[in-house]
Write a protein that binds this ligand. Sequence first.
Ligand SMILES: NC(=O)c1ccc[n+]([C@@H]2O[C@H](COP(=O)([O-])OP(=O)(O)OC[C@H]3O[C@@H](n4cnc5c(N)ncnc54)[C@H](OP(=O)(O)O)[C@@H]3O)[C@@H](O)[C@H]2O)c1
Length: 325
Amino acid sequence: MLPVSRAIPKIPSITNTARHFFSKSNTMSTTRTYKLNSGAEIPAVGLGTWQSQPGQVEKAVEAALRAGYTHIDTAYAYGNEKEVGQGIKASGVPREKIWLTTKLDNDWHKHVAEAIDTSLKNLDTPYVDLYLMHWPASLDKENPKQVYNDWDFVDTWREMQKLVDTGKVKNIGVSNFGVKNLEKLLNAESTKIVPAVNQIELHPGNPSPNLVKYCASKGIHCTGYSPLGSSDSPLYKNETLAKIAESKGKTIQQVLLQWGVSKGWSVLPKSVTEERIKANFDLDGWSLTDEDIAQIDKIHETSSFKVCGHDWLPVKIFFGAGDSD
Ligand SMILES: NC(=O)c1ccc[n+]([C@@H]2O[C@H](COP(=O)([O-])OP(=O)(O)OC[C@H]3O[C@@H](n4cnc5c(N)ncnc54)[C@H](OP(=O)(O)O)[C@@H]3O)[C@@H](O)[C@H]2O)c1
């Protein structure tokens, strides 16, 4: 096969869509899309659903779609795919107008075909727009406290690639991959498809510039998870963000989301509160200046934190310095 570096689609690291955005006149974040290496366009703002409690998810998804969101992020591991599917139905928004992402759970790595069928059944949809390997962690289904010794994420990706021709997934990607694991994946002989997306933790406390740059150089779009800093976010007390928000007449949450979209990644704010869901989508008609962005870029120097580590997994995921920043 071709070395992966030659097989990677020749796309610029900043797509035309993103370049268009960077011209000062475009202040429409909610309708912005980013072009993936597959040719598909992922909407810049999606509703997150991790930790959304049962009984709340359906309403949150419905409220988001009614407010204009066109992108919903879920995962088998969140245990809420059924409710997400119900929220989509309740919204009345046609399926083809929605970008739906779900994720392969760690103990399903040897059962990819079965896993996608289960998720599609839960979601009550014939396809997902994006299927992500949730973590580069192939856990033994019989004993999820252990990794397989005859299978790793390269094998899982080999199986995920087969899904594209089935029509059950429009795009495939990864999540929580640092540079080291991406290198291993891209250099594997069985890797024929470069992941369209790497969904990673991205907020001013964890901006991961090296990883974002690496992904761009390989034509991999980054989606930022925990863009608000997750539950009880320390960012809500940050003075730099408070000053910028005040000067714009916006909230800190809106500034955080605008910053992410301005940096060129899609963002997944989670909320189960209707007013917040709507407010988080109020990103049009205003923008951050280069100076605002530069100030936010520096926040991690004094307030660095990560929401999702790897201590709960029996395998190391993040390798420090420059790998996942
Ligand atoms: N791939 C992965 O491994 C991975 C890991 C983590 C997250 N994710 C995805 O990324 C999504 C977002 O990340 P996250 O859930 O960690 O956190 P987040 O979106 O950064 O923050 C969510 C928290 O902020 C609150 N909130 C939302 N909007 C607000 C507003 N306008 N004002 C005040 N508070 C607000 C929410 O409360 P209420 O809900 O109570 O309103 C919730 O407590 C997840 O839901 C999931 O879809 C993926």
